[in-house]
Design a protein around this ligand. Sequence first.
Ligand code: ATP
Ligand code: PYR
Ligand code: K
Ligand code: MG
Length: 496
Amino acid sequence: MMRRTKIVATLGPASSNPDILRQMIEAGVDVVRINFSHGTKDEHIASAEQVRSLAHSLGRTVGVLADLQGPKIRIGKFAQGKITLKARDEFILDAECELGNQERVGLDYRELPNDVEAGTVLLLDDGRIVLTVTKVRESEIYCEVLQGGILSNNKGINRKGGGLSAPALTAKDLQDIKTATILRADYLAVSFPRSGEDIRRARALMQEAQGHSLLMAKIERSEAILALDDILSASDAIMVARGDLAVEVGDAAVPALQKRMIRSAREANKLVITATQMMESMISNPIPTRAEVSDVANAVLDGTDAVMLSAESAAGQYPVEAVAAMARVCLEAEKEYTVNLSFRRSPDTQPVSIEDAIARATMYTAGSLKIRAIAALTQSGVTALFMSRRSSKVPIFALSPQEDTLSKVTLFRGVYPIKFGQGLCDPEIILSMAEDELLRRGAVRNEDLIIMTIGEPVGKAGGTNTMKLVRVGGSRGTTQITKEVTQQTFSDPLNL
Ligand SMILES: Nc1ncnc2c1ncn2[C@@H]1O[C@H](COP(=O)(O)OP(=O)(O)OP(=O)(O)O)[C@@H](O)[C@H]1O
Ligand SMILES: CC(=O)C(=O)O
Ligand SMILES: [K+]
Ligand SMILES: [Mg+2]
């Protein structure tokens, strides 16, 4: 069995050593996340290069996700690096403060005093420290400590319940979008979007910079939950960004929201990553807790495309073990029947395109006959995306000559990239060579029944219009069953 759920690993000091990174890729990393909240432009470009060249040397394709910092409000630094706050202490957040101490600390967002008032609850460091605002005086926010703890440099601040005015794209993000283009990010993640408009704006800026990334909206504000449909329609993918989201909506609300977001994303033909603290204890332990194992498995059963490692792979002691643990938990969870989110609605909703119609026919057939594999010959990857929105145990191989398509499908659940078809244009030859390629890779065996999809004429993006059932190694496609049922050519049935 091949693992269907994909693994995203955040890069950082713990994963910059090429030997560790190679082991992480071997253990199952499908996509790396470069967090623009840390590090420099040159470091990001070098990381992407390093990942691609290591993956190449291993005969693998690994996607690159560039995660913009966004308006994450952070405190400044302390003279001593950190302080300890106790309940009922007074503490001041002060945009004018240069270097913090036991009494006050700086802020990287000058507007914060305008966004809070007496009674506002502020959560620091993903909610580990809780402050209540007592009064605001110009640049100073006076607070009482509700829940104390150790507070160190540059920790994030969230307002409980959301409602901070900061726009989703900061001046730094505009520069970082250019960097993401230079390093050819497959996915560009926008942090803290409030609406579809924030994503449309990011897409316009990315296109202006000549970028070709898919746009991902990180759902981590309470406003984003209300605007989920609008955000989904503007995005290619979403991330259930549980770290900030839990702080804004309360931790207890997150599990149900995760399920809703995954279902909504799949129904809208969008991709979804489940992120943050999935294997948190593996920052300092070689094995996960039972609860973490359940968390990863439940995300798999919910239908997520991918599960993500943050500090576990960026700054933890066991980055390779964390990837391996995720891989093994995903694989096991996938053996269980998962709720089929998609077939139920198939009869009631119109396919959105010819590719969608072919993808549905393919997945329906794969579910009703003993099909070993699906080979989607694709330029843009869109047919593979539609196929992967339907839950199935049949592997979907995306065969494409396009490197950028192959590195994007790394995130699609159940889809495996295979470089194939450069310079070929005769569909008969392509289909027969694709069959050989799958045989050569051990993905299929002689006599297996497989489904192949292709667009004719060949070479045009997004033109899949043909589904074919093939008995592998048979007399090249003309076995009993193919004569009877197959070669359904849909000639524009939707009038598109
Ligand atoms: N490139 C890096 N350099 C240094 N530390 C890192 C790096 N990447 C991650 N870390 C550490 O790992 C922790 C978790 O990683 P993650 O990428 O989720 O950071 P974050 O700051 O919480 O993310 P975000 O900005 O998206 O909210 C960070 O708080 C940081 O301590
Ligand atoms: C990943 C991220 O940004 C979060 O969980 O908040
Ligand atoms: K970020
Ligand atoms: Mg976040």
